[in-house]
Design a protein around this ligand. Structure first.
Ligand code: NAD
Ligand code: WQD
Length: 334
């Protein structure tokens, strides 16, 4: 298939381009480099041995998209392009609605005009909010979002579901849990700008001496060691789920389907730190601090549906995730 990947130079997009190419699909990428670097293209080509066309443009640029859809006949689109920082979205909500929601609408406009009918969308477990029912299944109710970022994911899911009902359209919404790690080659990974908000880049930057110490946000939660539980998923496994979803989207009977993408296992913050220490062979400088506002106590995925329907299961465990995250961090400093 010939696939358009929006945001294909970003963290999850770059790993997905590699997996698409290794499965024999042709890829075209549109990315405005808002949160990525052009060098990622060379890195992807270095891993896969296959080149691809890159258009540096904003998905909100309807003329640029139109030109791209005129030039290529796409069999499907994977839409990663979006802003993703929860805290930033609280300060700059309009920028988030504009980029994430208008960006999707602009893309749907191009897909409609050029009769492209398969879309894989990057959603998030953030749509479940804080839930008592664990693990969460795809039918666990969606809660009002706590941040504008979360609102954009719910709105985009709604727009796609609504649009698909009235059109000959096939879309899969993938709700990612916590993507971490990097490609085993250490050639691509996450490039957090400034001080990271997420746990794993904060851990690796602390171990590398870029940050003084990690603060564990709270150890008085109702969990086995008092720290929060998340379902961490290796970015390469997550990338592979997109290829499965894409292939399934061409033969599914309903217009829209939704899948959780996680490992099905929850790990506490202290377990992640221990796994990191084991993988890196060094002690991490950390302290216990107060809870972070807005944090959910515990969440992990029920992965029965993604396993049964897409035939996808995570291959990497938390130790692999930490090993690859650390190799990537070391490589960044060279
Ligand atoms: P990322 O920031 O690394 O990648 C996004 C890419 O999209 C970047 O290369 C950026 O330059 C590009 N981009 C952003 N806005 C654009 C626009 N208007 N036009 C063209 N390109 C644009 O983020 P990521 O972690 O790879 O996330 C990819 C998607 O997955 C996002 O939609 C994000 O919301 C979603 N998601 C991420 C996580 C996570 O923890 N990383 C979890 C759940 C869902
Ligand atoms: C994980 C755990 C923190 C940093 C976010 C978004 C979510 C999704 C994934 C996009 C929590 C703890 C963290 C630190 C810590 N993204 N922590 N010290 O909050 O689960 O999810 O990313 O869709 O929408 O909200 O991920 O990596 O920030 O935190 O103790 O310095 O690590 O309290 O328990 P989170 P995270």
């Amino acid at each position: 298939m010939k696939i358009l990947v929006t945001g294909g130079l970003g963290y999850i997009g770059s790993h997905t381009v590699v997996e698409l190419q290794s499965e024999g699909h042709e890829v075209v990428v549109v990315d405005n480099l808002n949160n990525s670097k052009i060098v990622v293209k060379e890195r992807i080509v270095g891993i896969s041995g296959k080149t691809f066309e890159l258009l540096v443009a904003d998905v909100n640029d309807t003329e640029a998209l139109d030109g791209l859809f005129q030039k290529h006949v796409f069999d499907g689109v994977i839409h990663f392009a979006a802003h993703k920082a929860v805290g930033e979205s609280v300060d700059l909500p309009v920028m988030y609605y504009q980029n994430n929601v208008s960006g999707l609408i602009s893309l749907l406009g191009a897909m409609e005009k050029h009769k492209v009918s398969n879309l894989i969308f990057s959603s998030s477990c953030t749509v479940y909010g804080s839930t008592e029912v664990l693990p969460v299944t795809e039918s666990t109710s969606i809660q009002r979002a706590e941040s504008p970022y979360g609102t954009t994911k719910i709105l985009c899911e709604d727009i796609i579901t609504d649009y698909a009902k009235h059109k000959k359209f096939r879309s899969i919404l993938l709700r990612y849990f916590n993507p971490v790690g990097a490609h085993p080659s250490s050639q691509i990974g996450e490039l957090p700008l400034g001080v990271p908000n997420n746990l794993v880049p904060y851990i690796t930057q602390t171990a590398a001496g870029i940050r003084k110490e990690l603060t564990v946000f709270g150890d008085d939660y109702e969990t086995k060691d008092g720290t929060c539980i998340r379902d961490y998923i290796h970015v390469v496994d997550l990338a592979k789920a997109h290829v499965k979803a894409l292939e399934y989207s061409t033969k599914m009977s309903q217009n829209v389907d939704v899948f959780n993408v996680g490992t099905g296992n929850g790990n506490t913050v202290l377990e992640v730190i221990k796994a990191f220490e084991k993988a890196s062979g060094q002690d991490l400088n950390y302290k216990i601090g107060p809870r972070r506002g807005g944090d959910i106590e515990k969440i992990w995925a029920d992965t029965a549906k993604v396993s049964d329907v897409l035939g996808w299961n995570a291959q990497y465990d938390i130790n692999d995730m930490m090993k690859h995250a650390w190799s990537w961090q070391i490589g960044l400093e060279k």
